[in-house]
Design a protein around this ligand. Structure first.
Ligand code: PEP
Ligand code: MN
Length: 366
């Protein structure tokens, strides 16, 4: 019964929506055999993505001509072991398509390659002096990238909306001074070019996870994208949102779990750490965790950062401010330098137990 169900699912993947399949080459298949298969599927209009593992090559194929494919006996080609449809609705994002972890370089560091990637900074750019002070502080604390929103998605139109392009310029100055790459949220398709000009990573916030025009636009921006999970989105919807970005040609997508809405009111959101393990099993993309929005309360942030690392997250994105009580937005969940320094020491220790590293700049002592 289960076999029949799986078979039906596979047929559905072939008949509904975009056609996706993987061609698994035999161990030791020769390069000319791989080239021949790639040529053949490309001639059918498929987009091809090669995954060259140590043992074997996997050719991921997407799009293409269904009828022509049926008449073609790919499995009979030299060097081919197996051809299977991708059973998931997302293709480029799936681990079937790309079995190895995707590693994304951001400045001097990488995310997804085993090392932990830590992003820290205030919720928003509040002003030049404060941001520069915060940037130097997080650099000393050992983070790998600076965060601070210039365009803020506030629940109330009367709350501080962010400094806009002026904020981006201040962030660029902070990068110049500290060498830290900048992660910045973009909320509007019209702002993608300017945010891409100043930021190193474009963030899509929880409220925009299914803003499909925005997803397509950042899919064409040429910079890595940090995609937060929608506060009411299933893991599959989140992965489909990543598929939108990747389908436009941008394969540098970092997923970020930031808490979801549940019946619980003791915390701002419910930080779904099971999403880390589930997402990492379904996709090759890096998965990071934002414990700040996840719990919304300063006192719980460090513990949840520890738990995220223990669960296998590829990184942590945290709100930290030199004087958190004075933060113009999200003060209640923003930690200060003392807690941040403790967090760095503790996640470094936990990462070590798991055989992972938190890369440290030479001047940082945790
Ligand atoms: C943020 O990181 O500043 C932010 C607004 O996060 P989220 O979209 O997860 O609420
Ligand atoms: Mn915030």
């Amino acid at each position: 019964m289960e076999a029949v169900f799986l078979f039906l699912q596979e047929i559905r993947a072939f008949t509904e929506g975009e056609l996706g399949m993987i061609i698994i080459m035999q161990k030791g298949a020769e390069q000319h055999q791989i080239d021949e298969v790639v040529k053949r599927v490309k001639s059918l209009g498929f987009g091809v993505h090669l995954s060259q593992g140590v043992e074997r090559t996997i050719i991921g194929c997407i799009g293409g001509d269904r009828e022509a494919l049926c008449s073609l006996n790919l499995e009979a080609m030299e060097g081919v072991e197996k051809v299977t449809p991708i059973s998931k609705p997302y293709k480029l994002v799936s681990r079937e398509f790309h079995p190895q972890d995707t590693v994304i370089r951001i400045g001097e560091h990488t995310v997804g390659g085993g090392d932990l990637w830590v992003v820290g900074g205030p919720c928003s750019v509040e002003g030049r002096e404060l941001l520069l002070e915060a940037a130097h502080m997080v650099k000393e604390l050992g983070v790998h990238a600076l965060r601070a929103g210039a365009f803020k998605p506030r629940t109330s139109p009367y709350s501080f909306q962010g400094m806009g392009v002026e904020g981006l310029k201040i962030l660029a100055e902070a990068r110049e001074e500290t060498g830290l790459p900048v992660v910045n949220e973009v909320m509007d398709t019209r702002d993608v070019p300017v945010v891409a000009e100043y930021a190193d990573v474009l963030q899509i916030g929880t409220r925009n996870m299914q803003n499909f025009s925005l997803l397509k636009e950042v899919g064409r921006c040429g910079k890595p994208v940090l995609l937060k999970r929608g506060m009411s989105a299933t893991i599959e919807e989140w992965l489909m949102a990543a598929e939108y970005i990747m389908s436009e040609g941008n394969h540098q997508v970092i997923l970020c779990e930031r808490g979801i809405r549940t019946f619980e009111t003791a915390t701002r959101n419910t930080l779904d750490l099971s999403a880390v393990v589930v997402a990492k099993s379904l996709t090759h993309l890096p998965v990071v965790v934002d414990p700040s929005h996840g719990v919304g309360k300063r006192a719980f942030v460090v513990a949840m950062a520890r738990a995220a690392v223990a669960a296998g997250a590829d990184g942590i994105l945290v709100e930290v401010h030199p004087r958190p009580d004075e933060a113009k937005s999200d003060s209640a969940q923003t930690i200060g330098p003392v807690a941040m320094s403790r967090m760095m020491a503790e996640i470094t220790a936990i990462a070590g137990v798991l055989g992972r590293r938190v890369p440290q700049a030479a001047h940082v002592h945790v």
